[in-house]
Ligand binder design. Structure first.
Ligand SMILES: [Zn+2]
Length: 453
């Protein structure tokens, strides 16, 4: 089945404020080759009936969604850390306990299930911010990229594309304390050795590309930031970095370096169009200017930021400064890009006590083309000729979406309303079920494996 005609009841086309009814979408192999709105006469050309063999897509068809920030193993913590008091830092201790349990086999099983859960929610590409590199005591595996290999294989088996953002993680604090305990497996010693390991990694498959990440200004000493940024520039690869998720990071950076984390990254050549700052929850006005002027992207992760009591980032102010916004489910307290997208708008409402900050089309862009672009897939995330054949069809007849106008899905739909997902021309989710992974069963088994004492 290489050439297919799809007839979407509604499709959300690029630059459109709302969905278009009755759109014929033609795909050949992994590409979109035709996009033809049929209204008002219902045919692309009078007298030519090309619709007889078209696959009907009832509901609203969106481009493939991008989950631009993921730590797959955090999924094992869902529903286990949500009672009692605490903050980001106490949650992190629980997260480290799971990290200690993983090896390449158990990580493959867990990540395969997590990426399949993402597929069910309409995600066709994920950015995995990956720092579990070595054995639990820091000793490299026989293949020092064995954990990365497991993630690449997991994405292949789950059927989605992956940007493996291999993360440089060297120190435990801004003032350079060494990694100890569960953090030891994150470290390569220094940025040059991190780059050497990554240069030796040639992952298999057209579904994957390599990117780089700086864990944060806590984890990479200032004088080594340029080494990581230089690797990404040489490889024309995306570069991601956690930025100002917590006020404590800003305070520590000011104390050690006399400037904000954003300023430190700017001074060491980390910012730019290929760079995505993750969170940016607590930037100063000057920081927003630095990010905007350099066209650095920001990946917002609102469901994680609220779960971890991080705060609310200045999303509208950042968008107005020219910063492309993307979305990530990060700790996977929730895997639902509809929820992430509407949270961007709804959090602004809570802060400002005013409605209407982002249009539905802006939320779609953040959840699709901007996210794929942040991961280096500039040919994904739009229903347009030449783009990858990713089609995500959302039911408009579910208990949540019945009676909703198609553009209203961003405020009404959830991951459970995704009926069908096509990735690179292949049907991956049909009638709300993954075609080859029993997702709940595999999640339960894989999570039990890494959490049972
Ligand atoms: Zn993160």
């Amino acid at each position: 089945m290489s050439a297919t005609r799809w007839l979407a009841e509604y499709a959300w086309l690029p630059e459109e404020a709302e969905p278009t009814p009755d759109v014929l979408i033609e795909t050949v192999h992994d590409r979109i080759t035709g996009v033809t709105p049929l209204a008002p006469d219902g045919r692309p050309d009078a007298g030519v009936d090309v619709l007889a063999d078209a696959v009907r897509l009832p509901g609203l068809t969106l481009p493939g969604l991008a989950n631009a920030h993921s730590h797959a193993f955090h999924r094992a913590l869902r529903g286990r850390t949500h009672s009692g008091r605490g903050d980001f830092w106490s949650w992190r201790d629980q997260m480290y306990a799971v990290a200690t349990r993983l090896d390449p086999d158990s990580y493959l099983a867990l990540a395969r299930a997590v990426y399949a859960e993402m597929a069910l929610s309409g995600v066709t590409g994920v950015g995995e911010f990956h720092y579990l590199h070595h054995g639990p005591d820091g000793t490299p595996y026989a293949d020092p990229n064995a954990m990365g290999v497991a993630l690449v294989e997991a994405a292949a088996q789950a059927g989605i594309r992956l940007t493996l953002l291999d993360t440089c993680y060297l120190t435990a604090s801004v003032d350079g304390r060494p990694l100890t305990g569960p953090q030891q497996r994150f470290g390569d010693g220094d940025a040059l050795r991190w780059a050497e390991r990554l240069d030796a990694f040639t992952p298999d498959g057209g579904h994957v590309r390599l990117g780089a990440a700086i864990h944060s200004v806590r984890a990479v000493p200032a004088e080594q930031l340029a080494t990581v940024a230089g690797w990404a520039q040489r490889r024309d690869a995306p570069l991601h970095v956690h930025l100002s998720e917590q006020p404590a990071e800003n305070d520590a950076c000011r104390a050690v370096h006399g400037c904000t984390p954003t300023r430190l990254l700017a001074d060491h050549g980390v910012l730019g169009r290929a760079t995505t700052a993750v969170h940016a929850t607590h930037p100063t006005s000057a920081d927003v200017g630095l990010l905007g002027d350099s066209r650095t992207g920001v990946c917002l992760c609102p469901t994680t930021e609220r779960d971890l009591a991080d705060g609310i980032g200045p999303a509208r102010r950042m968008a107005d400064a020219g910063i492309p916004l993307s979305l990530g489910s990060d700790s996977h307290a929730v895997i639902d890009l509809f929820e992430e997208a509407r949270a961007v708008e709804l959090d602004e409402r809570l802060r400002t006590r005013k409605r209407g900050h982002f249009t539905p089309a802006e939320l779609l862009t953040a959840a699709s083309s901007a996210g794929h672009a942040a991961l280096g897939w500039t040919d994904a995330g739009r229903i347009a000729v030449g783009d990858r054949a990713d089609l995500v069809t959302v039911r408009l007849d579910s208990v949540r979406t019945a009676g909703v106008t198609p553009a209203g899905v961003w405020f009404a739909a959830g991951a459970a309303d995704v009926a069908q997902v096509v990735v690179d021309g292949q049907v991956l989710v049909r009638d709300g079920r993954h075609v080859r992974v029993d997702v709940p069963q595999e999640l339960a088994t894989a999570i039990a494996e890494v959490t049972t004492p």
